[in-house]
Design a protein around this ligand. Structure first.
Ligand code: AMP
Ligand code: MG
Length: 402
């Protein structure tokens, strides 16, 4: 059986063959997308010297502590004043500093009397005090945002300041999701007899949405070759980059996906990886009229399916888009764990920081691979490598945040 590292390498090789064209979108629509260009400041930021405080602009001179106020400049309303060493101009935050001024005294540092201001005792004045210099944030032509940035509101802010009303982001991958199984019913129905609600579709679509990719819901299919093939074909017609199916990929009598994938021409890359949970994972590639689609046949088990997405799909999408993953964190184990075999385990845990700011991870979970409630209480998967046995409290483990 293939190891996780080998399997993941194969998956990444195929991901890296996907073409990521850029598309121009209105700035606000770039939120949570991946930047496909470097953004440069088209002007100095700030564009002019301006006041960081409400107060008075002066020309600094060491021995002077009293000035005559000769006028006022508010933000956006500049006018020129001749300033000598004993005159000051009232200035508001954001107001442009007159050329011959080189310091601002905050309003709270002076007393005012009959058109003059006096420095309060104990206040020291410094040259360049409270002046935001032209270009101190960014110089004209300087790079403001780096290609491959995952765009958050703070990046939108810079984009806006640089006048990028439209911006280039990488296109979203289209990912089709199909759940298979005779036992599945829509979540709007109440399960009777031997039926269950198909949660996997929701898990996968939300995971895809969270990455700002496009999820295409291909619905539920019974364990029936014709129906499954029809729904896959429907997905392929919509030009999907990736197909994820769940269920029917193990070794049971009704595990039909192998035959189906082979019939429709999927080139199998691997089936089953030496991991827990998620062992029955299938991966292949389907090439149809010059279009390649990556095919994941995930097991129906809800936890397996979730874990498989994080360790084979989310990580590789991040790599493909060149974004720095923030999902892997090392932490100190707070309790002993049981692990007897040579599989790579992905165990549920709760990662936090202790009072000293040290990353710690606790796990009192059963690790039963069917337990969705447990998964919902966890916030990470602890990676217990193949050769590792019974990790002990105090050992360091790698955690994949969920
Ligand atoms: P399978 O991989 O088809 O053998 O299914 C493994 C287990 O996962 C079975 O207990 C199924 O009932 C369950 N299962 C399969 N598909 C889903 C689904 N879409 N949502 C929730 N559970 C599922
Ligand atoms: Mg099944």
């Amino acid at each position: 059986m293939i190891s996780y590292a080998e399997a993941n390498k194969i998956v990444f090789e195929e991901f890296s063959r996907l073409k990521l064209e850029a598309e121009e979108v209105p700035l606000l629509e770039s939120l949570n997308r991946i930047l496909a260009e470097d953004v440069f400041a088209d002007v100095n930021l700030p564009p002019f010297n301006n006041s960081a405080m409400d107060g008075f602009a002066i020309r600094y001179s060491e021995n002077i502590s009293r000035w005559k106020v000769v006028g006022e400049i508010s933000a956006g309303n500049f006018s020129h004043f001749d300033i000598d060493a004993i005159s000051a101009v009232g200035i508001m935050t954001g107001g442009k500093i007159p050329n011959n001024c080189d310091a601002v005294i905050p309003i709270e540092d002076v007393n005012e009397n009959e058109g003059s201001i006096f420095l309060k005792t104990g206040v020291t004045l410094k040259k360049r005090n409270h002046i935001r210099k032209m270009g101190e944030d960014l110089k004209e032509g300087e790079r403001a945002l780096k290609k491959n940035t995952f765009i958050k509101p703070q990046h939108i802010a810079i984009g806006a300041t640089c006048g990028k009303s439209k911006i280039n982001v990488f296109r979203k991958l289209k990912i089709g999701v199909l759940a298979t199984g005779d036992e599945l019913i829509p979540i709007t129905e109440t399960p009777r007899d031997d039926k269950i609600r198909s949660s996997n579709v929701f898990t996968l679509i939300s995971l895809i949405d969270q990455m700002s990719m496009t999820a295409i819901d291909l619905g539920l299919a019974k364990d029936n070759q014709t129906e499954i093939k029809e729904k896959i074909t429907n997905g392929l017609k919509q030009n999907i980059d990736i197909l994820i199916t769940t269920g029917g990929i193990s070794v049971g009598k009704y595990d039909l996906m192998h035959e189906i994938f082979s019939d429709i021409g999927v080139e199998k890359k691997f089936w089953r990886a030496n991991i827990k949970p998620g062992k029955p994972v299938f991966f292949g590639v389907l090439t149809k009229s010059n279009k390649r689609a990556l095919i994941f046949g995930l097991p129906g088990n809800p936890v397996s399916c979730f874990v498989n997405f994080l360790i084979f799909i989310r990580n590789n999408i991040e790599k493909l888009y060149g974004v720095e993953s923030k999902h892997v964190i090392n932490a100190e184990l707070q309790n002993d764990l049981k692990k007897k075999d040579n599989k790579r385990h992905f165990m549920r845990g709760i990662l936090s920081e202790n009072v000293d700011g040290k990353r710690i991870v606790t796990s009192n979970f059963t690790q039963s691979s069917g337990n969705l409630a447990e998964t919902s209480r966890a916030n990470c998967l602890m990676v217990i490598e193949e050769e590792r046995r019974d990790p002990k409290k105090g050992e360091l483990v790698e955690c994949i945040m969920m």
